[in-house]
Design a protein around this ligand. Structure first.
Ligand code: SF4
Length: 418
């Protein structure tokens, strides 16, 4: 019987989290997971549409599967957005929202056209990738319609999970000994739920999770700068389990480009927010996402992004060269910045980042930090800094104290203290 499956995941943590739920559903339907795509009967690609390169790799995986006479299945942002196009490469194009029906659909092609109903797929208990750090979605979708982004079209509008369901999942993780929880959402600051008949926003949810008994850390992504409030910053300060790591995508530093991107904040407003974060959380680490070479971005406008980098002094940044995504507003704009120029701008920002990250990391020298060990000799601080250390023991999944002895731009090095 054909029942072996392999999942290849591209893109963000939300896709990783979705893949964990796909695994649960298939395993409970007696499918078997294999760790190499060559051994699989069913190759499942969880696609990402943020960059052209990721989409190309997804398509090439599907083509390979078809060539090898395997069943090629695709889901994720690219596939759902462009179902017709992806039908050329895959046997099935499936929406994660229909997850409960996947086993039937995969085993019987004729059911594909049926009404699939809608059991909230987030109700499935995921097969978490590690035993110590779990991603917990608190909402899916997005209402923001940034001009370059397909998420509102592919994942749909914002839907928040119920507080009860989130608490149940977090409590179960803590009981199993998980040490870190990352609360996930395209824009966590738009969270809206109900608890004890009261409306709950994201800071209130954070406080409720913080008050759950246990020894664990809380991270969250992603925050939209237009929605991040002072109330949230003060909540982070007052919640001991919430870690001081803030991912705050700026995307650009020039007001004209920000407007074209439909980001709904200005350079000045973003900077004011960063100043509040630094005031209330002086030890916080900040990271961002940036798109270089957005249509029409002049060299002068790009310099405003460089200025922002120098002002904020980021610890990390995820830099992307603009690539037009079909179906978005910016797809209709002329992609007029040459690849070489995009690369030059990316390198330029990377140089500033390397300097600020190194300077920030040097502040850790001589300090002893709590580290959640992820691999044999690598872990993360509460502020999401990577730390390398030497140890003969198997400490994976444990929180240990490490004295920082060396600081580099992208990683710290230290010695175990206990
Ligand atoms: S906030 Fe903008 S970039 Fe983020 S998911 Fe929503 S539309 Fe996309």
């Amino acid at each position: 019987m054909k029942n072996k499956f392999f999942i290849k995941t591209f893109g963000c943590q939300m896709n990783i989290s979705d893949s964990e739920r796909i695994e649960t559903v298939l395993l409970s339907a007696k499918f078997k997971k294999v760790n190499s795509e060559n051994l699989a009967d069913f190759v499942i690609v969880n696609s990402c549409s943020v960059r052209q390169a990721a989409e190309n790799r997804a398509i090439s995986t599907l083509k390979n599967a078809k060539k090898n006479k395997q069943v090629a299945i695709v889901t994720g942002c690219s596939a759902v957005k462009e179902k017709l196009r992806f039908k050329n490469f895959a046997d099935f194009v499936l929406d994660i929202k229909d997850l409960q029906k996947w086993p039937d659909i995969i085993l019987n092609k004729n059911t594909l056209q049926q009404d699939l109903g809608s059991l909230n797929y987030l109700k499935f208990q995921p097969k978490y990738q590690t035993k110590f750090h779990a991603y917990v979605p608190i909402m899916t979708g997005c209402n923001n319609f940034c001009s370059y982004c397909v998420v509102p079209y592919s994942r749909g509008r914002e839907v928040s999970r119920s507080v009860k369901e989130i608490i149940k999942e977090v409590k179960s993780l803590i009981k199993q000994g998980y040490k870190a929880i990352t609360l996930l959402g395209q824009n966590v600051n738009s969270y809206s739920g109900k608890f004890n008949n009261q409306k709950i926003d994201f800071p209130a949810l954070l406080k409720i999770i913080n008050d759950i008994d246990g020894d664990f850390w809380i991270w969250f992504v992603t925050s939209h700068p237009k929605d991040m409030s002072l109330k949230l910053i003060k909540t982070i300060k007052n919640c001991k389990r919430v870690c001081h790591y803030i991912h705050l995508p700026a995307q650009a530093g020039n007001d004209v480009i920000l407007k074209k991107m439909n980001r709904k904040y200005t350079h000045a407003k973003y900077l004011k927010l960063v100043k509040s974060i630094k005031k209330y959380l002086p030890d916080a680490c900040l990271s961002t996402d940036i798109i270089v070479g957005f249509p029409g971005e002049t060299k002068k406008q790009f310099l405003d992004t460089c200025k922002l980098f120098k002002e904020v002094k980021y610890d990390m940044a995820f830099l992307a060269k603009y690539s037009p995504r079909p179906g978005t507003i910016s797809f209709k704009m002329k992609d007029d910045i040459l690849q070489d120029e995009k690369k030059r701008r990316e390198n330029f920002l990377n140089d500033i980042l390397r300097k600020t990250a190194l300077k920030n990391n040097k502040k850790y020298l001589g300090k002893t930090c709590e580290i959640l060990v992820e691999k044999k000799d690598i872990g993360r601080t509460r502020t999401f800094k990577l730390v390398k250390f030497n140890s003969d023991k198997d400490l994976i999944g444990k929180i240990v104290n490490v004295k920082i002895t060396k600081a580099m731009a992208w990683i710290l090095q230290g010695e175990i203290k206990n």
